[in-house]
Design a protein around this ligand. Structure first.
Ligand code: FNR
Length: 369
């Protein structure tokens, strides 16, 4: 269908499902084992209810924010999703250009199909970018990559901590890895590509499973970028992250692609915010809590923000948008979210995101009995 018939982010998924090659659809849509976590990511948002206020003059509404000190026109960033060229010949550049035009922030994946420099070159001057890091067994490779990113102006480092081994995404594993160029760039300097177990496993064998809390000071020593741990699920680990001196955490189960039945980021948010409140100021200006997984509507984002998130990551929503429609699709997705935020703020009775707090939601059914 033409782009102007797309009304929401779910529509992009429906189009991608029927237009993407089997291999791309399998890699993008798959989640681990029985795909319970991916289903609950969506379902958890449907267990939070709004408590809107009325008669509060909502003529002017503003949903812009800052994320790790960088301006963002939406309280949403584009989360890292690997292998963009499986879905579209321009791969991740579709995201970079659309993000630059509309003032949102893209997190560049370590396993991008386009090279890191191609992506940064496609960005506008001063366009903020984040970097997602898979840590290499060879720490010199990681050090060079991180320091190069910092020199090129990347403003934050998101270290993925929920993937010491890739989850079993069986839809993807049924596909054999054929090197058709989509993954060519990411394999530079990596050995041991296993070609018989799907795309994800073929490209991930360099990831270091020995990564541990004791390594965090090393990351802090090699970069001045703010560091965020992506893939935190418990209050215990949230507090360890705070104590380790990093600048934030992403509550995420990796879009349901790692440990199946890992609880959704939104469900974990409530317990983690409660724990962080016992350990210092809240909101903490030096420690951000992000959430991702299953977010497809501004209303999802508003629920997470009300419960204490600083901003929310979207993966597949943007991935499906560019797979079907390239850069224009991503722009359309951003415009759809923008319209949804405008309506969402007005109907909640708030003028800006600063006014949003837990009193705007009923989360009593969030932890399903
Ligand atoms: C991902 N995600 C991911 N995360 C990461 O840290 N490094 C990576 O290389 C990837 N690659 C990747 C590929 C694909 C196809 C998907 C769908 C996801 C996880 C991603 O950053 C984010 O956590 C989830 O996508 C969020 O869930 P939604 O928005 O896809 O539901």
């Amino acid at each position: 269908p033409p782009l102007d018939e797309i009304l929401n982010l779910h529509d992009f998924e429906a189009v991608a499902k029927v237009t993407l090659p089997d291999k791309a659809w399998a890699y993008y849509s798959s989640a681990s084992d029985d795909e319970i976590a991916i289903r609950e990511n969506r379902a958890s948002y449907q267990r939070v209810w709004f408590l809107p206020r009325i008669l509060r003059d909502v003529t002017s509404v503003d949903w812009s924010t800052t994320i790790l000190g960088k301006p963002s026109s939406l309280p949403v960033y584009i989360s890292a999703t690997a292998l963009g060229k499986l879905g579209h010949p321009d791969g991740e550049l579709n995201l970079t250009k659309a993000a630059g035009k509309h003032g949102i922030i893209q997190m560049i994946p370590t396993l991008a199909s386009c090279s890191f420099d191609e992506i940064v070159d496609a960005a506008q001057p001063n366009q903020p970018l984040f970097l997602q890091l898979y840590v290499n067994r060879d720490r010199e490779v990681t050090k060079k990559y991180v320091q190069h990113a910092e020199r090129r102006g990347v403003s934050a480092l998101f270290i993925t901590v929920d993937a010491p081994q890739l989850g079993r995404r069986e839809k993807d594993m049924r596909m054999k890895f054929v090197d058709d160029g989509a993954g060519a760039k990411v394999q530079e300097g990596q050995s041991d590509v296993k070609k018989d177990q799907g795309v994800a496993r073929a490209i991930s064998s360099f990831i270091d499973p020995s990564l541990a809390w004791k390594d965090i000071p090393w990351f802090r020593s090699i970069t001045k970028m703010p560091i965020v741990l992506k893939g935190v699920a418990t209050p215990q680990d949230a507090i360890l992250a705070l104590e380790a001196g990093v600048q934030g955490i992403v509550l995420s189960n990796h879009g349901g692609r790692q440990l199946d039945s890992a609880r959704s980021g939104l469900e974990n948010l409530v317990d983690i915010v409660a724990a962080l409140k016992t350990r210092g100021p809240w909101p903490n200006p030096n420690f951000s809590v992000f959430v991702d997984g299953g977010v497809r509507r501004a209303s999802d984002v508003l629920k997470a923000l009300a419960l204490g998130a600083s901003a929310v990551g979207v993966g597949r929503g943007f991935l499906y948008a560019f797979s079907s429609y390239g850069q224009e699709g991503v722009e359309k997705a951003i415009e759809i979210l923008r319209d949804e935020f405008e309506m969402g703020l007005r109907l909640l009775g708030i003028n800006s995101l600063k006014e949003l707090g837990p009193e705007f939601v009923d989360a009593s059914a969030l932890h399903a009995k």
